[in-house]
Design a binder for this molecule. Structure first.
Ligand code: HEC
Length: 155
C-alpha cells in the first residue's frame, strides 16, 4: 500500500506543469470561497463546537489559509489519503518518517513540516511538497487549525 502511494506521488511529480496550472485555478477558486466564507462567517458562529466547518479564531484563519494556499490539493481534512497525508488527526499523533524514526506531531514538528518540508519526510510519501514563503502568522494559524482537527482535538 505504501509503495503504491509513493508511485502515485512520483507520477504527480512527472505531471508537474499541468498540475501546477490546475493548482493555480483551484487556488483562485479557493480564494473566492474563502472570501465568501469569511463574509458569511462574520455574521455569527457558535464557539462551543470544534466541528471543522465552525472553527473560530486562529484555527478558522488557518483553515482558510490551507485552502487559499492550495495545501488542500494534496491534503484533506476528511481522513482520506491524497498526494500528501490527511490533516485529520495529525496533530498529536505518532508519525513514522522515511528515515525510520517515529516522532510526535507536536507544534514544533508541524512548524518544520510546513516551513521546511524536505527536512522530515513522512514514510511512504515522496518529498514533493513545495516550499512556500509563509508569514509567521500564517504558519501559527495553520498550526492552530491542525491542532483543532488533530487527535487531541478539542483542547
Ligand atoms: C504537491 C502536494 C503538496 C502540497 C501542495 C502541500 N503538501 Fe504538505 N505534504 C505533501 C507530501 C507528499 C507530504 C509527505 C512527505 C513529506 O513529509 O514531505 C506532506 C507533508 C506535510 C505535513 C506533515 C504531514 C504528516 O503526516 O506528518 C504537513 C503538516 C504539511 N504537509 C502541510 C502542508 C501545508 C500547510 C501546505 C500548504 C502551505 C502543504 N502541506 C502543501 C504534499 C503537499
Amino acid at each position: 500500500m505504501r509503495r503504491r502511494r509513493s508511485e502515485r506521488a512520483a507520477h504527480a511529480r512527472g505531471a508537474n506543469p499541468t498540475r501546477r496550472l490546475r493548482w493555480n485555478v483551484s487556488a483562485s477558486v479557493g480564494a473566492l470561497v474563502v472570501v465568501a466564507a469569511t463574509v458569511v462567517g462574520c455574521s455569527g458562529s457558535d464557539e462551543s463546537t470544534t466541528q471543522t466547518s465552525q472553527l473560530t479564531g486562529a484555527a478558522a484563519q488557518g483553515q482558510s489559509a490551507v485552502r487559499d494556499l492550495g495545501c488542500t490539493t494534496c491534503h484533506n481534512a476528511e481522513g482520506r489519503d491524497g498526494a500528501g497525508p490527511t490533516f485529520k488527526g495529525l496533530a498529536g499523533s505518532q508519525v513514522q518518517l522515511a528515515d525510520g524514526t517515529t516522532v510526535t506531531a507536536d507544534d514544533d514538528y508541524l512548524r518544520v513540516a510546513i516551513t521546511d518540508p524536505d527536512r522530515q519526510v513522512v514514510d511512504g510519501y515522496s518529498a514533493i511538497m513545495p516550499t512556500r514563503k509563509l508569514t509567521d502568522e500564517q504558519v501559527e494559524q495553520i498550526i492552530a487549525y491542525l491542532d483543532a482537527i488533530g487527535s487531541t482535538s478539542g483542547s
